[in-house]
Design a protein. Structure first.
Length: 525
């Protein structure tokens, strides 16, 4: 099978996206993760632009990389300056990167209007820059910026820039859809034209301004491209770059004719995608193809009934192939099949009356604002309540939250809780960074010594959503809390017109779910 090289530019092109900034340590960590999957090239940055990128190329040499080649990115020499005297080219050589990706203009419009030079001088800039780097022992990849726009306006000149790069020693030329406005049929036609016209391998670099970057990249590979440049999760300027996650998954699982990454690498795509989101402190895109949390989520009753018989009924691949998982959601749109699927882990017999009771409860609660799609913990407790097997570990008698500010604007938050555990009443007070944190701290003081499992419980996310915004400040709110211990992550939900009460409901569910789960795990042991 032909091997398609994966060239990752998340650390350079991806960092141009609004709101994205990598620390030096972030860049090193992502480089190691990409290497572990078998990515062929990582573009580490533009060493002439800032001190952080310059430091990256010094530090990356210390990493025990096994597969990936680290590239430094730069531009052809400036007009009127000799290659040996150009500061940008000198910075590229000083980076010690063995591979250098050099961008040059392949559109005559860009040459005259942006560079403010002429066609011949641009070709000379390309030749001399590449030759200088090759003479100094570097592998050079030439990125033909604005190639497709240039090709549509003057194909002969655009191809001349590629030939100049190849003749000067570039190992590969990469066609860039820099403005992201090219259609798939144009990509295919121009790619074939280029392959017939140049003597070196050809790659593709697509932007996503028409939401065609993945389609354009796949078309380019079918036409003969051997390298795809892009970013993890599609990060990049404007509408972003091609999402390498989707490209790799499509080539590996749908095309079935190409070799990519290392064996087993595709199975870690979900992990890789989420790792990069976490590094950037960004929320995952739930509907992201292949790796999103909703990519294999089923909500409609007919759909869930279908996948219960055969997963191929509503899934184009098995989610495990990309490291994802199947999820069944429950809501007012659900049928009994959703409830059956979700209650299987409780080893509950498929009792139609019981399933109807559970579904009726879900519909009733969702009518007042509850949602269980991100609250699997609360749903499991609801099932146990419908079964009649739920026994609360503690009972709330009362709670009180007090928030005070002084003239300097300093805020002090204190919560008091009174809880009954069996025949014992406990009354505790604690301070916190806010009302929910203070309530959590007070509950732990009251419960931890009786229930050691709670010491492993951590709250990792807290979300508030207004349900009926037309009621203004009297609107109901839905609070979803995400919690985790050493073995699992779960969500709980609370709804009230009072945000503190909604938070309390979700918090109590989180504690109760943790204790129930701990008991079930001990039974299993």
């Amino acid at each position: 099978m032909p091997r398609i090289q994966i060239y990752d530019t998340t650390l350079r092109d991806g960092s141009q996206a609004e709101g994205i900034s990598f620390s030096l340590q972030d860049k090193l960590a992502i480089t190691e993760r990409l290497d572990s999957l078998g990515v062929d090239y990582v573009e580490g940055g533009y060493p002439a632009s800032n001190e952080k990128d310059s430091q990256y190329f010094q530090r990356v040499c210390e990493l025990p990389l096994k597969h990936v080649r680290v590239c430094a990115f730069g531009m052809t020499r400036r007009k009127g300056v000799k290659a040996v005297e150009d500061e940008g080219l000198r910075a590229l050589l000083d980076s010690r990167a063995k591979t250098i990706t050099l961008v040059g203009k392949s559109s005559l419009f860009q040459v005259t209007e942006v560079l403010r030079t002429n066609a011949d001088e641009n070709l000379t800039m390309i030749r001399e820059s590449i030759a200088h780097l090759v003479t100094n022992g570097r592998e050079v990849i030439f990125d033909a910026e604005h190639f497709f726009d240039g090709w549509k306006a003057d194909a002969e000149y655009s191809i001349a820039t590629l030939r100049a790069a190849a003749e000067a020693g570039a190992r590969m030329v990469v066609l860039c859809d820099t403005n992201g406005g090219t259609m798939p049929e144009e990509i295919a036609k121009s790619m074939q034209n280029v392959i017939d016209s140049v003597s070196v391998p050809v790659g593709i670099h697509c932007h996503n301004d028409c939401e065609l970057a993945v389609a354009n990249s796949l078309v380019a590979v079918d036409a003969g491209a051997v390298q795809i440049q892009g970013t993890i999760n599609g990060f990049g300027e404007r509408c972003g770059n091609v999402d390498l996650i989707s490209v790799i998954a499509n080539l590996a699982l749908k095309k079935n004719g190409y070799e990519l990454l290392i064996p087993g690498g595709v199975e870690h795509l979900t992990e890789l995608s989420r790792f990069v989101y976490e590094i950037l402190n960004m929320n995952f895109r739930p509907h992201q193809p292949f790796v999103g949390k909703s990519a294999f989520a089923h909500k409609g009753g007919m759909h869930v009934s279908g996948i219960a018989r055969n997963t191929a009924a509503y899934e184009h691949i098995e989610p495990e192939l990309v490291g994802n998982e199947r999820r069944v959601l429950v809501s007012e749109l659900s049928g009994r099949s959703n409830v059956v699927a979700l209650t299987q882990r409780h080893k509950i017999p498929n009792d139609s009356k019981l399933m109807n009771v559970i579904l009726t409860q879900v519909v009733s609660l969702e009518s007042i604002g509850y949602q269980f799609e991100a609250a699997d913990g609360s749903f499991d407790l609801l099932v146990r309540k419908c079964l009649g097997t739920f026994r609360p570990h503690f009972e709330r008698l009362s709670y009180h939250v007090n928030v005070e500010t002084n003239a300097q604007g300093e805020i002090r938050t204190e919560a008091t809780v009174k809880i009954r555990i069996g025949d014992e009443v406990r009354h505790e007070v604690a301070e916190g960074d806010g009302p929910v944190n203070a309530l959590d701290a007070a509950m732990r003081k009251a419960l931890n010594d009786r229930f050691p499992a709670l010491q492993k419980l951590h709250l990792v996310d807290y979300k508030v959503r207004v349900i009926n915004s037309e009621a203004a400040t009297a609107a109901g709110v839905r609070v979803v809390i995400e919690s985790q211990d050493e073995t699992a992550i779960w969500g709980t939900v609370g709804v009230s017109e009072n945000v503190i009460e909604a938070s309390w409901i979700a918090l109590v569910d989180s504690f109760e779910y943790c204790l129930w789960k701990d008991e079930e795990e001990k039974k299993g042991d």
